[in-house]
Design a protein around this ligand. Sequence first.
Ligand code: MN
Ligand code: MN
Length: 448
Amino acid sequence: MKIIQNGTLVTPEGEKKASLAIDNGKIVKIGNITPGSDDEVFDASGCLVFPGFIDGHTHLDLPVGGNVTADDFESGTRAAAAGGTTTVVDFATQYKGDTLINALNTWKKKAEGKAHVNYAFHMAICDWNERTKKDIKALRDAGVSSIKVYMAYDTALTDSEILGVLEAVKPFGCIVGCHCENGDVINMRQKQLVESGRTGTDAHPLAHPAEAEAEAVSRFCYLGKLSGCPINIVHLSTALGLEEVRKAKSQGVQVFVESCPQYMILDDSKYELSDFEGAKYVCSPPLRKAKDIYALREAVVNGEIDTIATDHCSFRFDTQKTLGRDNFTKIPNGCPGIEHRPVIMRHIFGDHLSASDYCRLMSENPARVFGMYPRKGALLEGSDADITIWDPDIKWTISAKDMEQNVDYTPFEGMDVKGRPRLVLVNGETAAENGKACDSHYGEYISR
Ligand code: MN
Ligand code: MN
């Protein structure tokens, strides 16, 4: 057995000083444990022991318009492990003409044998038709319990298609997440801006007004209400959108909310940086205003945000982001973050979030919302031994020079932070030590 001693365990009942024993990839005992001579003992003195963190929104090995993200399942999950994340939920995308099962198998193959952490897939439905509808049962049988739809981009569905998806997947107990931005509004604004000569990165936030997010959040919540299917607002970024969520909740809509660290620490002044540096921060939705940052932080502390994910979607600055040097609409959208989410959240909130609250946002709630609890997201006897032993006192500086993400920058460059995982276990095996990933691949596909 492996035994973790002297740490403070963050359990569903609160923090407690106890030992934890692991056997065969599972937590087998929590309490007073006397190690035997064959046991491997890890001393977690001074550390918080969390159920491994779950990132419910990543894009690894994703092709976008002739480009592929800089991180695949090898480097992306390696970076995840280094930062303390033990499970990612990525997106399998059904393109036009494709079937759901083929899409799922395509993404499973991308990850197989390469994953340092466990992985599951949401299914992004982009071609809603009778065949797709018929395949929902097979998709559910293949372990997928969460669906994604888009209201923008060439992957967008119409409102009636989205309602069709919601009504079709509800009987299977699925949750449907949505990229809530009004695609028509964004396309119109982009065209207007480029035609008037506004081609720089400072035009990017203007093409994605807060109203376009709030309108889409409102519309999706009403579609959720009509269908009775639970819904998830992904990457909420504005105070205006948050108001719409509150309205929907007051009407009894079963709506969950995800936000991301970048929307709670960086603002849209980044898009005004010279030398095309603003491109590093081009993501959708874009970084917002200070008032949005504070509204989201307050919502996190009040428990109105259920999960924190990254929307990790990395493109190199030197060869990929540059595709949009003359036209901001051609910049591949997305930022890296899979490695730094846990420490950035500690950095933003410090003691304003208790260890239990932090655990709920980073681990327990993603496991619950995405159908993995209590196998994941909890330190309980019988749960998988995905464990992050967090040393809260280590001080270090975030830098692209010293990270596992396979990309040439990080939006959090130069931030002085505190805390780092001392040990990260995936299925009971060591996946990272002292912020550095190990070479073995212990990650497995999680059927939900
Ligand atoms: Mn999105
Ligand atoms: Mn995304």
